[in-house]
Write a protein that binds this ligand. Sequence first.
Ligand code: AR6
Length: 219
Amino acid sequence: MKIGANLGVEQHFVEADPRVDPNGFGQRRMCKSGVLQIMQWTTHGGATLELVQGDITQQPGDAIVNAANSRLAGGGGVDGAIHRRGGASIMDETRRRYPDGCPTGSAVITEAGNLPAKYVIHAVGPVWNGGDRNEGDLLRSAYQDCLKLATDHHCESIVFPSLSTGAYRYPIKQASQIALSTCLDYLQQQNVPHRIVFALFDEPTLQVFSDTLKALTEQ
Ligand code: AR6
């Protein structure tokens, strides 16, 4: 299946490929090209994990995750897009509530300004330094903190970017394994937030996440 071609805005499942995993955890559905939503994993409790291609600031969700830096100072990539579209109130609140920033591997929450969300969760992933500086644990804990904050704030849905794989240079395949396994583990235990979405900017990133989700849910 070639994914990502002729992306449109429709959301429907035309090539249903439901499988129940050996542990009885859930079902996976894949879509043909030409649809926005590429792959969806559903737990028995009805919670979903979805992969979509697009700009995270266009994705509606109760919480949108920002790929921030530890000073919470703003920047490029996801951070730039979120502050641009969300407006100045997000940075105002961030400065007021978190003047000391946010340590790598953790996350803090603010309101979402003009974004189609209730909250922005500012997560600080690690800079990739070759893999022997605890990068994996730090990336996992950044995702876990986001999920906990979303749960504590009663979010039904959360939209993630691929943390650390842009300016912070984390290798995408390893990052996708950590991102998706952390979310699947969390869903398996909590079954909330009820909808987890990964908004992946470009087709190569979507392809890697899609392959990883397939591999993880086939295990
Ligand atoms: N929507 C979805 N994904 C995006 C978007 C977007 N609008 N823009 C970029 N990506 P990055 P990091 C993808 O650099 O690696 C900032 O300056 C991008 O292609 O945003 O965690 C902060 O202030 C990549 O796959 O985050 C920090 O200093 C992924 O999102 C630093 O960058 C993450 O890229 C954080 O670096």
